[in-house]
Each structure stands twice: as C-alpha cells, then as structure tokens.
Design a protein around this ligand. Sequence first.
Ligand SMILES: C[S@@+](CC[C@H](N)C(=O)[O-])C[C@H]1O[C@@H](n2cnc3c(N)ncnc32)[C@H](O)[C@@H]1O
Length: 268
Amino acid sequence: MTDAECVAFLRWALPRLGMRWAGFRRVRRQVCRRMAKRLRELELSDPAAYRVHLEAYPEEWPVLDGLCRIPISRFFRDRGMWQALAREALPVLAAGTRELRVWSAGCASGEEPYTLAILWQAELAGRFPDVRLRVVASDAEPHLLERARRGLYGWSSLKEVPPALRDAAFEREDHAFRLREALRSGIDFVCQDIRRAQPDGPFGLILCRNLAFTYFDEAGQREVLDALTARTAPGGALVIGAHERLPVPAPGFEPWLEARGIYRRSGP
Ligand SMILES: C[S@@+](CC[C@H](N)C(=O)[O-])C[C@H]1O[C@@H](n2cnc3c(N)ncnc32)[C@H](O)[C@@H]1O
C-alpha cells in the first residue's frame, strides 16, 4: 500500500467516522501501518478493496475506528503547561475546597493523570494538606488502560520528567521505571468512548488534550465541548492541547492561561 493510496483512503473514511483528515496528517504513517496489517488479516489487496469490504460489512467500521486511535503520550508533555497549571491554576482551584475532582479524558497509558499526581504531591500537597485530589482517567483502549494500571514505563515516556521528580516518583525495575504505589492509588481508570459516555461531574479540572480537538470533525468537537461544559464546576478549568483550539463559539469557557491552553468555566 503506498502512502498516496492510504491518504486517499483516509480522506474518504475519516469523515464517515466523525473525524478529520487534518488531525491525522502528521501521524498517518502509524494508522497506515495498522491498516496494512488489517488488510493482510482480511486477505485484501489494497485500500480500494478495504473500502468495498467496509461497504459490504458495516461491522468493520468500529475496527477501523480503533485503528485510528493514536496512543502517543508522555509524562510532562508540554512542560510549560504543567508549570502554569501547578503555579497559577491549581492553587486557585484548590483554595477553599476539601476535594479537587479531576477528569483526564483520553489518558492513554496514564502518563497525563500520573503527571498531575506527581506534581500535586511535589508542589501542592504540602500547601493544601486538607484537599484531597481525586482523579478519573478515561480512554477507549482497554490495553492502554491495562498498561496505565501497571504503571510501568520505558525511558522514552520519562524524558521530560525533571530529574528530581523522576527519582522521587519512580522505582527502577530492570530497564523500566515503575511509578510508586502511593502515586498510582488515587486514580480511577475507566474504559469509555468519549463520544458515547463520560464520567459524572462536576469536575474542578478537566484535561482533554490531543484527542477531540485534534481528531474529531466539527460536529464531534462541539458534542465533546458540550459534554465538557456540562461537567466542569463553576470556576473550574479545562485544559486542551498545545496545538488545539476550542470550537468557536465556546460560551461556557473564557481564556485563563490561554497561551498554555487553559480555560476557565464561565457563566451558569
Ligand atoms: C494522542 S493520545 C493523548 C494522550 C494524552 N491526553 C496526552 O495529551 O498526552 C489520544 C488518546 O485518546 C484516546 N482516544 C481516541 N479516541 C477516543 C475516544 N473516542 N474516546 C476515548 N478515548 C479516545 C486514544 O486511545 C489515546 O490514548
């Protein structure tokens, strides 16, 4: 399968899955590799044959949907955002509350919610000893959640972790790093497709980075935004990815630390 064949196929298929080609341009090789494997399994010669197959067997669409999930993540991804969150947003969100509820949507193998737990422990727990951090982390991929629960990572996932935090948060295990049990225990991992189900709110903080606002089409982005708006507590915060934008208009949110992708719930 050539790159051009795969691209032509994705341009046809992605809108039918409620996704947009622009989000996949840079990561398409990953999807094309998986698709090539699927074609071999089905003994199909090329994407044109796969298209005929999808039209004949609609039950194949969810399989293709799964092939289009991009699991890329790492601890402290976009460090500037985490710094702004820890220094400026979290102290405001934690003030005057006994429990800060957080939802990490599209959490991959746990790198994002665990980064929050590490930062909380290192920089905020001492200042807010009476505040309990409770995190729900969701993803549509069971095998990523399984990995998240194990809490075992290779070096490439940890490259951006400041060395002092890395030593405090992880134990060496052969050639891998295991997140310490105390940091793993406060996180509840759930398998959910964000288009069909979301955890119950309200949340003081929602992280929805590098998922809906990158890969979903306009209608899908709006539906997710409505669900996030409904689940963010008054005065709570929403964080999106460094290269993402909220759909316009987004009346439920106002810029807070906008250069870092951090918004604040406005209105009722
Ligand atoms: C690119 S990763 C982003 C991980 C993390 N949020 C970050 O920014 O590093 C996108 C994640 O969203 C998950 N995902 C994709 N489609 C999803 C859906 N419809 N519902 C829930 N999770 C989904 C993927 O399995 C993947 O783990």
